[in-house]
Design a protein around this ligand. Structure first.
Ligand code: HEC
Length: 115
């Protein structure tokens, strides 16, 4: 095989796993870390939501979620709500999660939009 073809093959192989989000693992993370505020189904009705002045919003609301870019969601999760002018009660997760995990969580959150 010519080296250039091999290089292309390797490049493609490196991209595929990153592009396919692991929704099963992301769901587990969401239930573990996020559902206390956002609710297991992402409706913003987790047990801790009652204690917050600004409640988490409804991830199942497609119209609202479509208006938010992946970049905004990424920054909100990585840097916290304040970084995108949302509530500072949305914690920053950059210390505990790598970018791939955050991308998987975004794919999971997007999969919740049903109406
Ligand atoms: C302590 C409660 C709390 C926890 C835990 C929490 N969030 Fe949030 N989250 C919020 C609040 C409050 C907002 C901002 C709502 C607003 O300002 O309108 C928010 C906003 C967001 C947003 C921005 C989009 C939107 O709907 O406004 C995303 C995305 C998000 N959270 C994802 C997550 C993920 C993923 C996790 C778990 C890794 C998580 N959150 C954990 C409370 C929380």
């Amino acid at each position: 095989m010519r080296p250039i073809r091999l290089a292309i093959l390797l490049a493609v192989a490196a991209v595929i796993p990153a592009a396919a989000a692991d929704l099963g693992a992301a769901r587990k993370e969401f239930v573990r870390f996020c559902s206390k505020c956002h609710g297991t189904e992402g409706k913003g009705d987790g047990p801790q939501a009652d204690t917050l002045t600004i409640k988490p919003r409804d991830f199942t609301d497609c119209a609202r979620m479509k208006a938010m870019s992946d970049d905004t969601l990424f920054t909100a999760i990585k840097e916290g709500g304040e970084a995108v002018h949302l509530s500072k009660d949305m914690p920053a997760w950059k210390d505990g999660m790598d970018d791939d995990e955050i991308h998987d969580l975004i794919a999971y959150v997007r999969s919740l939009c049903t109406k």
